[in-house]
Every structure is written in C-alpha cells, then in structure tokens.
Write a protein that binds this ligand. Sequence first.
Ligand code: MCN
Length: 784
Amino acid sequence: MKQFVGQNVKRKEDYRLLTGSGRFVADIRIENMVEAAILRSTYAHAKIKNIDLSQAKNYEGVLDVIIADDLEGNVKPFTEFVEFTLPPQLEADIKPTIKKNPEPMLAKDKVTFVGQAVAIVLAVDRYVAEDALALIKVEYEALPVVTDPFETIKDDAPVIHQELGNNIQSHFEVKVGDIDHAFKQANHILKTRITTPRVSGNPLETRGVIAEYEVRNQQLEVWTSTQVPYMVRSYLSKLVGLVEGNIRVVAPDVGGGFGPKCAVYPEEIIIPYLAMKYKRPVKWIEDRLEHMQSTRHSRDQVHDVEVAFKNDGTILGLKDQFLLDNGAHNSFALCCAYNSAAHLRGMYHIPNYNITGRIVLTNKTPNVPYRGAGRPEAVYVMDRIIYMIASKLNLDPVEVSMRNFVRPEHMPYDTGIFYRDGANMVLENGDYTESLKQAMKIVDYEEFRQQQEEARKKGKYIGIGFSSYIEGTGIGPFEGAVVKIDSTGHILVGVGSSPHGQSHETTFSQICADVFGVNPEQVTVRAGDTSLLPYGVGTFASRGAVTAGSAVQGASKQLKEKFIATAGVMLGVSSDVLEMHGGKVYFKNDPAKGVSLQEIAQASKPGPRCRVPKGIEPGASATYYFVPPTVTFSSGFHVAVVEVDKETGFVNILRYIVVHDCGRVINPKIVDGQIQGGVAQGIGGALYEEIIYDKNGQLITGTYMDYLIPTSMEIPNVEMGHQEYLSPHNPIGIKGVGEGGAISPPAAIANAVCDAMKPLNIEINTLPISPNKLRSLIEEAELQ
Ligand code: MCN
C-alpha cells in the first residue's frame, strides 16, 4: 500500500502563498479598527524625568496616548508570569544563579536600551498615530552606558538594574570527568578566544498584533505574528486578567519567525488590553526599523577556550569560559547559553570537560534564541579548534575529526550532561564517520586537494572547510493534535504547533493520510489557533515534526481504531476481520465489501442512529497529546569550498555540501528546503551579518544598507546527502531538521577560508568574515 511519509508530496501551502492569497496579520481588516504606533527610546540608558503628552493627546484623530502609569493596576508586569524554574537534577548539577529580569511592558522610570517602548499612541489611522508620536516630549537624563560584555562584569561598571546588584544575570558550570588530570596528561595545550557576534533573525514579515474585544460575550480575539499562540494566550490570561476560555489567539500565515517570534512581547499584551479598554479593534504593525531595534537579537557569545590534546590529535580535555551578551532584559533564562554548553563537544568524545557560562547584561536589545539557539556559536568554537589542532600538528583536519568522533559502537552515547528537560543527554544512534565519508565522497576530497595545489601555483586561493553538529531536537513537554472526520468523510487535523514556513500542512497531512490509507488531499491541517485544542506549545527548537507529528499520528490511530470498531457494529462483525484503507473499512478477505469513512462518520453522530460501540463516546474525533521522553539528536556534516580573493578579501562559496541525519524523513523536498534555508542564514552569519552598537548604545546597523543579508546570488545550491537513523524516542522515528542547516556554516566557511589562506597561516576566530576583516588579517600575516 502506498505510503506518503517519505514522498515528495507537493507543498499544500504553495498555492495560497505563491499566488498572494496568504493572510498575514497586516492583511486583516476589521470595521472600526484603530491603529497604534509606538514611541521608542532613543537613549540606551537614561532616567525618564518627564513625559509631556499634552500636544499628542490633543492632536486630531488621536484616541489616547498610553504610558507605563496607565498600565498600572490594569496590566500586570511580565515578572508576574515569567518563572525561571529548572528540573531539579539540572539545578543540582549546574548550580546556576539566575536573576529574574524580564522587560517592563513600557519603560517607567528609566530606559535600558535603544528601541525600548516608552509610549503608545492610539489613533484613527497609522499616519495620525505617527504624527502624534512626534509631539510627545520625553525628558531624559542620560546614564552611563555599557555595551561591552567584558566591561559590564567589572566591579566599577554602571549597574543597569540596581535591584540585581550587578550585571551578571546568570551563571552556571558544567563539569564532566577530571579536567585537571586531562591537562596534566596532554602533549599540547592550545588557548584561544572565539567570538560569534550579535545578529538578527530578520523574517520577511515583521511582528504585528491585531486585537478585538467583543463586549457581548467578553471574548478577546488576538491575531499575532508569533511562533507560540498558546503561550501568548497564557500570558494574556495572567496579565490582563481574562480566563483562558475567553481568549482566542490566532497566528495566521506567519512570514518567518526563526526564533525571535517565540518570545512573548509587550505589544502582544498591550494591544489586546487597549482593544478591551476602548472596545474597538486595535492594530499595530512593526516597521523594519522597529524590528531591527526592538525585536530580539541573538548569538553574541565570546568563548575563552583551552584544549588539551595528544601528539596524534586525540583531545583529552576542554575548558571554556564564555560570556553571552544578553542585552538589557532576559525572559529566556539559560536557554541559548545552556544549549551552547551542552552541545559544544558535538560529535566528539571529549571525556573531560569544564565549561562556565555567564549571561551578562548590557544596554542592548534583549537576546533570544535564533535558528540553532546556541549551537552555531558552540560549533564555531569546536570546529575552529579541530582545525587549529590539525594546523599545529600538521595533520589533516578530517583525520583529527575522525580520531575524536563518538563511534557507532559507543551508541547510545551518554554525554554525562543533563539536558534542559532534566534527562541525561544521550546521543541515541548514528554513524558520524560514515556521514563524513559520504560528504568527502560528494566533494571528492582527494581530487580537491590536487586542484588546490594547482590553483596555489597559479596564485589562486581555494580552500575546503568542514563542520559537524549534533542537535537535541523535539523538546517537550508535549504537543497535541485533534483529528476529526466530517460527515463528507473528509479528515480535519488541528495541531498545537504553529508553523511559520515549515510546511506543517503538508507533512502532517502525509502522516495522517498514511494512518487512514487515504491521499493527503483528503486531509486538511489547521494550526496556529488556540481554539483548535485546549493545550498546545508551539513551533521552535525543531520540535514540530517530532512532537506534533507524533501527536497527529497518535490521534489518527485512535480515530482509526474507533472507526473500525464502529464499522464492526455497522457490518455486524468483529472488528478483527476488518481493515481500513482508501477511504473505507472493508473485510480483509473481501475488500469489495465494506463501509466508507463518510458512512462511518455519519453513524458516529450521537442519537438513535449512532453505531459507535457501547462504552465508547459517540463522535468522529480523537485528541492525542504526545509527550517525548527526552530530546532526540539529529546530526550533520557540512563542507564548504571557497575561493578567497586575496586582494579584496572577498570570499566566494564555490560549493556547499550537507550530509545529515534527521531520522525518518517525512518529505525529502521539504527537508531539503529547510536545510537550504538554514544554510542561507548560516552563510549570512558567516560572511555578512552583524548587529553593531556604538559605545553610546546606539544601533548603527538599523537598515539593510548597514546590516547585510545575503541574497539568492550569494547562496549556492546546497548539495545534499541523507542518512536515516530512526529515533527510538517517537513512534515515527523522526529527528528535527528545521535548524540544522544554520548551525554549521560559520565554522565550515571559516575553516575553508583558513584552509585557502594556509600559506599565510591565518586563523579566523570572529565573524562575519567581511572583506575588510579578512584584508586586515592578510596584511598582518604578510608583514610577519
Ligand atoms: N520534517 C520532515 N522530516 C523530518 C523532520 C522534519 O519532513 N525527519 C519536516 C517537518 O514535518 C516540518 C519541517 O521539516 O514540515 C521542519 O520540521 P522540524 O525540524 O520539526 O522543525 P519545526 O517544525 O519545529 O520548525 C521549527 C524550526 C526552527 S526552530 C526554526 S528557527 C525555523 C525552522 O524550523 N524557522 C523557520 N524553519 C523555518 N523555515 C521557515 N521557512 N521559516 C522559519 O521561520
């Protein structure tokens, strides 16, 4: 029988998105709607001495201007909701200090970063609202600004939040083995600093919120460009004081999220509150400058690493002290920092490991997870080190990697580290050497080395770089799905995850179709709407396929069983003799005889004609929540081939290869697309993207003239190889893939550039590898 999991089923989403029929938040029009615009801080750190709203409030067309005082007693602060609790084993193991400092809804007495919301104008339209913003007079008194993560931890640094005592927001330590012993045994010790700068996720669609409050039934409806509608609902319920049942949050089509849209933002609380207050629909759409300034940034880590190794390249131990520059507020506790610490050793067996992470506060936009969430930074550290060891020992980096890989015979491999779900991080299966070999074959490594030799003779600098990653995907705590069959026999699936480009409508209908033995066209998947299910979590951490996919399968199986049982009653036989496929339930020994899904659905309705077996609830639906036992580890090996123009410092990517394992592949084309998209963002981080603040905390990369994003011209077609080691942690054997593509490119490309410039012995330990940065390194090397 034809199975759709594993097939290149065409994307169901394409028709509406490619014909411009998608419906994003900004497309929603509601009668009588008013619009909001937000006054944002122009200071990085300042006291608010006075805010004069008189002119703005009197401007024609303005309904109101709101500041922090107006929210008091009406909207609770985020501090009321955000709890930084960790599983007890993790808490005991890493002994963290975590100070709670989520940002205020609106700045009250002081501002702590440029772009922080200070006031909101509500007006008949956005034009009037923007005009009125210009009439608000805020009197600021500048305070000392701190933007450097090393400056901010000094004893004499200006303290951003007095109540926290200093600017170290969190601190933790991960220890495995005996690091001192490892360093004593080593033939070599290498010490270096490796930095990944601050970047921005930059989805095509900026954030936006529309809210409508129906006084009649006290129902609040909110449309928001988010990855986590259920989380927005929970926050709203707690902070504006409505029961959850009276709140519906919808994420309509969402034009990308990439992580920053999994934070709940002040606007997602204040705009609904204003809709309730004024009993009129309210709309706020973020503009691109606001997005660059105030939608959360990411990465921004500095690692001071020491590694101890033997003459043959075997790594004995690794010490790392790193800082994550969190910006001014944190609502994600240890998330990215702990991901970095837990994933840094990657595919490598490094028995002795000691890492200290500090999350520090500066006068910058808060930092949240972005595609890879702490792994790209960690992989950049680890794979630069592999290259540096190879350089020092005059070995091939491939050899050094292979020498240190966790081997298949060590699987399942216990890393000795607790993951965030409180279970030990165990690499369940896979063959890393095999994926490396497959990648080497695709790139034809031997052949490349010969070409490189020839090229060097002609003064051309080509190089090859590798990087590998593992990623704990499919994090819990749960995800839900409901499957219904309507009276026409059509299957409707509702899921708690909320897609924003991942093609869940297609892949989840494949999973469901296989259970019922129908075509995916007979299945409609709906998501991003809290009215579909009582509980849901959301889409982040490459969890959708593992958690929601398994929930879809679970609910489908339950409903299938119920339908076969009902068919048994209808046909007057035991369900054991029946089978379901092709839209009907039939006799195993006489497939021509049976009843259709449509007929069974009709016979499932409550009432005198109901044929659902006694003791089972009538109705044609089933709900299932999948609770993953722990995360599942996907992995990949990336190869970049580059050419460096020595005169200009320009890096051209000639080839890019990915061999990866995401367990059972639901839809190969979609997986390829996810990887291609991830690699594009990884290349952005490797070569172009960097958020820069000046020493006054002013953002100087606020437009796409200064913040460079690669276009399709800069992105090569990624050549791919797939491995399918099925995960034992979910019924389909899936591992997540949404982030993997973005994790390794910075390390692979930096290694390739270093390899190309080997004659000059250049080491690249910062990003992006911009032409001017590379030219300075080349000039420095030539002077030596
Ligand atoms: N898939 C599959 N086979 C597998 C694994 C996944 O066919 N073995 C499919 C899934 O069914 C899903 C897609 O690949 O259609 C991604 O699945 P998964 O890895 O589970 O990731 P999520 O659905 O949880 O998506 C989140 C992930 C993250 S964390 C970021 S960041 C990200 C990403 O997905 N942001 C994206 N991909 C993105 N793609 C787009 N277009 N836009 C974003 O903002």
